[in-house]
Design a protein around this ligand. Sequence first.
Ligand code: GDG
Length: 486
Amino acid sequence: MVFLKGKERRLIVVSNRLPFYKHIDENGNDVWKKGAGGLITAMEPILRKANGVWLGWDGVVTSDVAEQKVDLINVSEFCMQDENEGSYSIACIELTSEEVDKYYNAFSNGTLWALFHYFFEKSFIDYSAWRSYCKVNERFAKAICEISQEDDIIWIQDFHLFMVPYYLRKLRPKQEIHFFLHIPFPHIDIFSILPWQRQILESLLCCDTCGMHHKQYLRNFNDTIIHYIREMKSENKMIRKEDIKTFFYVNPISIDFDKIDRTSRRPEVIKRKEEILQQSGCPDLILGVDRIDYSKGIRERLLGLEMMLEIYPEMKEQFFYYQLVVPSREDVTSYAVLKKEIDEVVGRINGRFSTGLWAPIHYNYGFVSFEELVALYLAAGVALVTPLRDGMNLVCKEYIAAHSDNEGVLVLSKFAGAIAEIKNCVPVNPYSIEDIANAIYNALHMPKPIMRSKMCKMRSNIRTHNIDTWLQNCLSNFQRAKDQNT
Ligand code: GDG
């Protein structure tokens, strides 16, 4: 439940993927595994505290979705958890393999993700993928109606579900509908490439609120909407049938600072940090943590590291770069190609610069536990967060929260939404290999008092702007919209 103006309301979060995915083991039993990604990191603590419901795809591919019934499962049934953290329920949507190909891989990840991150050359226009996207979005809207009541707060997340507000508004004219976009909203010139821009805008206008991470995304959205309204007026079309005003707001998402800070102070995590440093055998550990994605700039970052070793050969054996890459969207061709490219670049750089027992890069393509991740953050004297474009980026905020020792330097891309809040980082242009090379060198040589002063300031900022304050801000905007619409 969340408390909104004197009343307890049930919170229903809706996203494409659930935080857990299901597969059936050899004995026919359901096995649930935890997924990884920014949306899970951000929304899970909120749902636990609110004892809410999370509706999404459970990763199951089925042959028939005609008679789908949506059941609620409490995650405490299959997931070990800390009693103090609370619990929540999940409600599962299934997809057919054709829908996985078209709605998920082709339209959501192929067309929308690429376009909204400014990779328009990777984005493709496929009408049958769009139709599948609408069909699945309509199924989500029906599932919401099945599991909710009109008094519940429905909070739809992200670009996979742009059309859900439109279908839901048709089914529930009086429902309060909220949306949050976790990726950038691009410039009008980019957005206009999309043949279905009007449908997406009209769907967003069916919401009570729509939140974004950065004021530039809202500016882009405003430019687009002004243009669209002018067009609609000139064509003498009604802008909206319902009398609902949509309230758009900016609220940069954040992390559970206290949980990461607490974990970083646990003796076993500190011990693990020391082991990592000892095993690396180098004075400094540099860290990169990313979901595999061309937008994260992993390849360019590795090239920057290579250039740093070319310009400053004395840096050999002085550091160890640990790159953790979490598998993601493995069925999308451009992601498989990227994986191969990264493998090759890592092999080449290690081949070029290794000496005796030292190799500059340790590459881990996999998933580590939360505690191991915090130990890695803590061990890293430098974090490289250099996406070519990122809605926000939570890894940089987690790195800051894990440094309860007040040490560490953050190298951060100018194209990550987080740069608006994190002023004491080393900013880089992630497209400039030379800029990355120099930033790594400078980060490794930053005098300790300056480093500590910068880290303290970054920590105090993220401690205050954490996931709880983000939620409270969103709820205030929900309330403002409600006041405006009644
Ligand atoms: C989208 C937007 C926006 C990664 N590896 C492991 C692991 N992770 C966790 C990190 C972090 C999350 O995954 C990645 O979050 P990001 O924010 O960096 O990126 P996206 O997944 O692209 O998220 C992004 C976000 O939504 C929220 O709005 O910030 O811009 O693209 O939390 O810690 N977690 C564990 N093991 C790993 O190996 N336990």
